[in-house]
Design a protein around this ligand. Sequence first.
Ligand code: NAP
Length: 547
Amino acid sequence: MTSVSSVARTGMSSGTVNCDAVVVGAGFGGLYALHRLRELGLSIVGIEAAPDVGGTWYWNRYPGVRCDVQSLLYSYSWSPELRREWRWSERYAAQAEILRYMDHAADRFRLRELIRFETRVVSAVYGEDDKLWTVRTDRGEAFRARFCIMATGCLSVPNTPSIPGLEDFRGAVYHTAKWPHEPVDFSGKRVGVIGTGSSGIQAIPVIAETAAHLSVFQRTANFSMPSRNRSLTEQDHVQFESGFAAYLESLQHTDFGRVPPTAATAPVPSREVQWQRYEELWQEGGGAILYAFPNILTHHGVNDVACDFVRQKIRETVQDPETAEDLCPTGHPIGVKRICVDSGYFQVFNRPNVALVNLRKEPIERFTSGGVQTSARHVDLDALVFATGFDAVTGALLAMDIRGRDGLELKEAWAAGPRTYLGLAVAGFPNLFTITGPGSPSVIGNVIANCEHHVDWLVECIDSMRRRSQQTVEPEEAAQGEWMEHVADVASRTLYPEANSWYLGVNIPGKPRVFMPYVGTGYRHTCSAIASEGYKGFLFDGAAKRS
Ligand code: NAP
């Protein structure tokens, strides 16, 4: 493999840059991959569409944006120095602070020098003869690399629904995931927000503070828990540090965000016991209600009580009974759409300048030059905010023209839904790795911990190939098929498939309905066992049989 310095030697002048690995994306996963691969002595090129590091945190700058995982946990765990140097100011960090953290990590580990910014990958094509990937960008550059690491993120392609008449609307139009860098002033404006997922629920209370009037267009009412965000104290940091080793250990077999093995046999707690626990968690703040009982995401009886609890809180909070009823989620279990964590969301509907438009009662017919026409009325607006989410998990991968063996297109291979082995690799696409790919726990739980695990695993795999002088690795079709069956089987034994969520891809018209994240337990053990059994299910230096 080429040495790090040889990339610089090859330079850009020849038109094609040779390197050992291309890493696409400079979010949490991409930055860590660059760091680890460089440590391994590989020559690497990072490619990032944005002008700077940050991934989803670079683009999502909407008012109120902050993380719904506690900041002490939503951090890299691999660097003790970084941990010592960095002090999070709040329990749930705001986007600006997360971006400062990522900036700091990129500088601290000299990662920027490896990255081509403002450069978008348009294609990645595997060459059978030289067993190399050719990665082309929208700047006309080409990179030839043995390994291609896709760290393109699960929530990086914004979704703007196609509703007739948008081109007629004369006001300003925003999307939460493509927010301008300069401040947006809503004062004196009549604003409409479409969408009440995590982004909308965070943005709405903040927009309401300045807008003359805010109309919230809600298609599906959502469960949300109060964050009870607060400043972190020295005591919080000391406590976290003292428990850090145990936290790292727990990551090896954590059930965080997943369905634990005890779910099937766990007793059904009484309504009283549940209610008391939910009240404690409501007061504590955050999304921990999903871990209150092992069977909350598998047992309707248990889940129903949690739903009732949150609905009661909504009714207690929202003064107007009709608005309160409209805000009560009814069509899906709690937690099977990603639970929201808010700061004053339900309270905002008590403000005189905020109105809920229930699209189940009056769907949007079209946009007009002056606002939104629903089936019941015209809502006058000066500005419109789409908080309508993402083409999640596969969107960024399928936006590129990726071709593996025999010109096989990823789009074709995934026509009926994404297929991977462990969410890390795809049959027919040698030496292509996906960080937080479909079929991995990805967005379930703490995505940074998942990114770190995926990177560590693939770096170890590449290192072992190097020691064995192997050139290619790819999953066997049979192993991939078994894994995907397992992913689907685990999901089918939970309540997850009961909501039309982005986990299933149903928010994007035409996207196959496939539950994408792995929600089982023991994922890390499985990955380690596969590696220690000689990468069982992977094929080295040979073309896998394709069905
Ligand atoms: P989302 O959860 O997919 O929510 C999109 C919202 O837009 C939903 O309310 C959806 O309604 C609505 N919508 C979509 N198309 C519509 C249409 N044609 N007409 C009316 N309404 C429409 O997207 P998101 O809020 O951006 O969140 C996505 C994920 O990003 C989250 O689940 C979370 O994982 C992550 N995120 C995290 C944070 C955080 O850490 N705090 C913040 C923001 C986002 P339906 O439900 O009816 O489809």
